[in-house]
Design a protein around this ligand. Structure first.
Ligand SMILES: NC(=O)c1ccc[n+]([C@@H]2O[C@H](COP(=O)([O-])OP(=O)(O)OC[C@H]3O[C@@H](n4cnc5c(N)ncnc54)[C@H](O)[C@@H]3O)[C@@H](O)[C@H]2O)c1
Length: 422
């Protein structure tokens, strides 16, 4: 059986590996020739995947990569794992899905299974993908099979990966669900079939909207606690002792990554097209996207209290990936924070063991080497709490720390160090 995966990113590459490990022949397709070259040479570009995992499968002939789409003409199945970002207008950009489907359409053949994995609004599989594939004259559920299966990969999660994370699958017809379920049983321990592609699309949006809304709620709680003079972190830890009916979420400098800030907006966009306002999503999105501004305001205040102005202060942003222990900076609130500090005249630097350089508002930054010490900064802002940071060094050497992650909890501050927590 030949399985193809279009899009060899954070989602597509781990999926290729699990299919290939199960003994299937896997061909990864990507428009990025550099990614294709690296896969074929057994070189990983994703932190969670060691080179050896790719090398073994390439060597055994189970995994290859290509920039060409012709392999689709003979492939038994294709999984679409291309990006689904937002346009500047905050509307869904499904152009990557469209272009992948337009490559499949002329190469579709009887028996072929097509599975969309990219996160998208409910209805995409049936309203956008199906009509394009049906132009071939083949009939879905009889001649070819089409399903949606959301990806749940959690980068840097060492406990749950592609194989042991249950996979939801919804086909356009019952036969489609059956075919897709049979395929994924090769790569995933538990498959969870649902009644339709639309339901499977909605499952993913429920999961990520649940997170976005709860994070928005706890971010607002942090703002309220600060006004009330209460330690929000202590409140959450104490609430967490309730053995039922409570799940801890933590405040932070804002949402980041390719999923949580974006996916709920796919859902609210779809609802807008049928004249419904997704109120919780809009509110959570407004609170979450105001957090970088809030963090900069708190840094400003903290500097004021030290008789320093934000303008001209040297500020080091620690951690610019969107979450700990990854190198992905997509939608990272740290970039917004750096941009806001830059606009207000601060002299900004950053350190991140996973990101050697970055461009923010047209300015290129090289990562600061923490072994040079922290004494020269007016403020150190912990934005992403990578495990590789030495928090004792930070508390020992920094003069002022704004800790947006409570990363210094339990770390004694050095004699001249003032720590302010979100
Ligand atoms: N990153 C995550 O943690 C995560 C988790 C769950 C779901 N998702 C969803 O999975 C999808 C993919 O996300 P990702 O993080 O893997 O993206 P990514 O940017 O890491 O990878 C996408 C890959 O697709 C390639 N590509 C783009 N257009 C193409 C085309 N027409 N043909 C072939 N290749 C093409 C790109 O070159 C890139 O290598 C998105 O819809 C995302 O929302 C991502």
């Amino acid at each position: 059986m030949v399985v193809t995966v279009i899009g060899l990113g954070y989602v597509g590459l781990p999926l290729c590996i699990e299919f290939a490990r199960s003994g299937l022949t896997v061909v990864g397709i990507d428009v990025d020739p550099e990614r294709v070259r690296r896969v074929n040479e057994g070189e990983s570009y994703i932190l969670d995947i060691p080179d050896a995992a790719i090398q073994e499968l390439v060597r055994s002939g189970h995994l290859t990569a290509t920039t060409g789409f012709d392999v689709l003409s003979t492939a038994d199945a294709v999984c679409i794992c291309v990006p689904t970002p937002l346009r500047k207008s905050q509307d869904p950009d499904i152009s990557y899905i469209v272009s992948a489907v337009d490559e499949i359409q002329p190469r579709i053949h009887p028996g072929m299974l097509i599975v969309l994995e990219s996160t998208t609004y409910p209805g995409t599989t049936e309203e956008l993908v199906l009509p394009r594939l049906s132009e071939s004259g083949l009939e879905v559920g009889r001649d070819f099979f089409l399903a949606f299966s959301p990806e749940r990969v959690d980068p840097a999660n060492t406990r749950f990966g592609t194989r042991n994370t249950p996979k939801v699958i919804g086909g356009v017809t019952p036969q489609c669900t059956e075919k897709a379920t049979a395929l994924y049983r090769h790569a995933v321990d538990t498959v969870v079939p649902v009644k339709s592609a639309r339901a499977a699309e909605m499952v993913k949006l429920l999961e990520n909207t649940f997170r976005a809304i709860n994070i928005g709620m706890v971010n607002e709680l942090a703002i309220m606690c600060e006004r009330l003079g209460v330690d929000v972190w202590e409140v959450i830890e104490a609430a967490k002792t309730k053995p039922f009916g409570f799940m801890a979420f933590y405040p932070g400098p804002g949402l980041g990554g390719h999923c949580i800030p974006i996916d709920p907006l796919y859902l609210s966009w779809k609802l807008k097209t049928i004249n419904y306002t997704a109120r919780f999503i809009e509110l959570a999105s407004a609170v979450n996207s105001s957090m970088p501004e809030y963090v900069v305001g708190r840094i400003h205040e903290a500097l004021d209290q030290c008789q320093r102005s934000l303008k001209g202060s040297r500020i080091l942003v620690l951690g610019i990936a969107y979450k700990p222990d990854v190198s992905d900076t997509r939608e990272s609130p740290a970039l917004d924070i750096m941009g806001l500090l830059q606009k207000r005249g601060a002299e900004v630097s950053y350190a991140d063991p996973y990101v050697p350089h970055i461009e923010v508002l047209g300015q290129r930054y090289e990562a600061y080497d923490l072994s040079r010490g922290l004494e020269s900064f007016d403020c150190v802002a912990i934005v992403t709490h990578h495990a590789r940071f030495d928090y004792h060094q930070i508390a020992r050497e920094a003069r002022l720390v704004f800790d947006s992650r409570n990363a210094l909890q339990g770390v004694p501050p050095g004699p001249g160090c003032r720590i302010i927590t979100l």
